[in-house]
Design a protein around this ligand. Structure first.
Ligand code: PLP
Length: 226
């Protein structure tokens, strides 16, 4: 299958998943995850009309942002950000999906003040409590919430999770549901509305959409067809 076919296929599956639960495809931002794709494949995708691109390594994002300046993609950082890379990354990205500690949040808030920016960030949550995953534990996030609400220079606009790998995407449905419920709980407790839910990858993006994802992050099914 070509990238063009894979691309139409994913767009079609997003539309169908939306239709199943009475949502509009325009409510779901499709981020094409290009971390393993060669630059030619990224260019092909841009030529097909894809604008939102996701990279997990800040260094590769920065290099590609420079290379693709003319095409002006909308960049999403979806992987771990070290504080010492933040200064370089902040002006390049539209959304950081993967903020995983209060320390990083506070560092970004200070940098945003200094650089006169208002970065949009999501908080990564380790819903399933997996050892190997980054992210806040739900209890940790609740405990830090009043501190997070005070970060005046950041637009904390939602939550992100990575579900555990599963053959059957139904297995991850409860994980996505818990992320949505945690969002509802936090939004009800204070001023932050948290409209964005970034959940769903190649193996489970349709379940993510059915459970309320506003952003899905899809890589391998676009470039390898599976
Ligand atoms: C790699 C990655 C994705 C995309 O995963 P695929 O299974 O290739 O679609 C999504 N989100 C994050 C955080 C990733 O690191």
């Amino acid at each position: 299958m070509s990238i063009a076919e894979n691309y139409r296929n994913v767009r079609g599956r997003i539309a169908k998943a939306c239709a199943r639960v009475g949502r509009e495809p325009s409510e779901v931002t499709f981020v094409a995850v290009t971390k393993y794709a060669p630059i030619d494949a990224v260019n092909e995708l841009i030529a097909l009309g894809q604008r939102d691109l996701g990279e997990s390594r800040p260094q590769q994002l920065a290099e590609r942002a420079e290379l693709l300046q003319r095409e002006a993609p909308i960049w999403h950082l979806i992987g771990h950000l070290q504080r010492n890379k933040a200064r370089k990354i902040l002006p390049l990205v539209s959304l950081i999906h993967s903020v995983d500690s209060v320390r990083l949040l506070e560092a970004l808030d200070r940098l945003a003040e200094e650089m006169d920016l208002r970065p949009r960030v999501l908080l990564e949550v380790n819903v399933a409590g997996e050892e190997s995953k980054e992210g806040f534990e739900p209890t940790e996030l609740r405990a830090a919430w009043t501190r997070i609400e005070k970060l005046s220079r950041l637009d904390v606009c939602g939550l992100m999770t990575m579900a555990p790998y599963a053959e059957d995407p139904e297995v991850v449905r409860p994980v996505f549901r818990q992320l949505r419920e945690l969002r509802d709980e936090l939004a009800a407790s204070g001023p932050l509305r948290l409209p964005e839910l970034s959940m769903g990858m190649s193996g489970d993006f349709e379940v993510g959409i059915e459970e309320g994802a506003t952003i899905v992050r899809v890589g391998s099914v676009l470039f390898d067809g599976n």
